[in-house]
Design a protein around this ligand. Sequence first.
Ligand SMILES: Cc1cc2nc3c(=O)[nH]c(=O)nc-3n(C[C@H](O)[C@H](O)[C@H](O)COP(=O)(O)O)c2cc1C
Length: 187
Amino acid sequence: MTTNIIAIADVIHQRRTIHNFKADPKPPAAEIIRAIDLAVCAPNHHGTEPWRFYLIGEASKEKICLLNAELHGAARGDKSVQAKLDRWREIPGWLLLTCAKSANDIRASEDYAACCCAAQNLMLYLWSVGIGMKWTTGAVTREAKFYDILGIDPNAETVVGLFWYGYPAEVPPGNRKPAGDKIVQLS
Ligand SMILES: Cc1cc2nc3c(=O)[nH]c(=O)nc-3n(C[C@H](O)[C@H](O)[C@H](O)COP(=O)(O)O)c2cc1C
């Protein structure tokens, strides 16, 4: 038991957001499915199971890369568009997590919270098997065309994150301050 607790603490402590991935090998699809199976073990008030996981294949990935390049070009000019496109195309693994929308505000925030717990489960499991992730919420994920590309109804679901994954080319250093300042001891 003690050994498991230490292993979990190590995974939590050592996980980092990965910005640069090795081009190959690509992580096995079975590990991604295993991670999703563990993601849905997240706490979930009322058992709403609000999460949806989209495994993004090459054709959809290419459409997202092009849409992002278009947005990037419009915002910053054409100069760096090709570099941006090349960089996005190099990212090996793509997964989208959405949350089912709710008309009830409390339900919506609890469902979003559950999806974030699911995302952390996903990232921690993958980290434990050597696979790194980056959770992104970039502008492209808020575009109507983005939902269109993936066949998602924006009235029914909202993007929690676009998750890039692969074997880390480098692992950035951690940047957390000790939690001491954030702890309030009450009588
Ligand atoms: C909801 C959410 C959205 C995020 N969106 C982005 C993003 O768009 N781009 C990015 O570089 N990192 C994004 N991140 C990753 C954070 O920047 C990252 O967790 C933070 O820098 C701390 O690094 P660490 O995960 O290695 O501890 C996001 C993280 C969360 C939780």
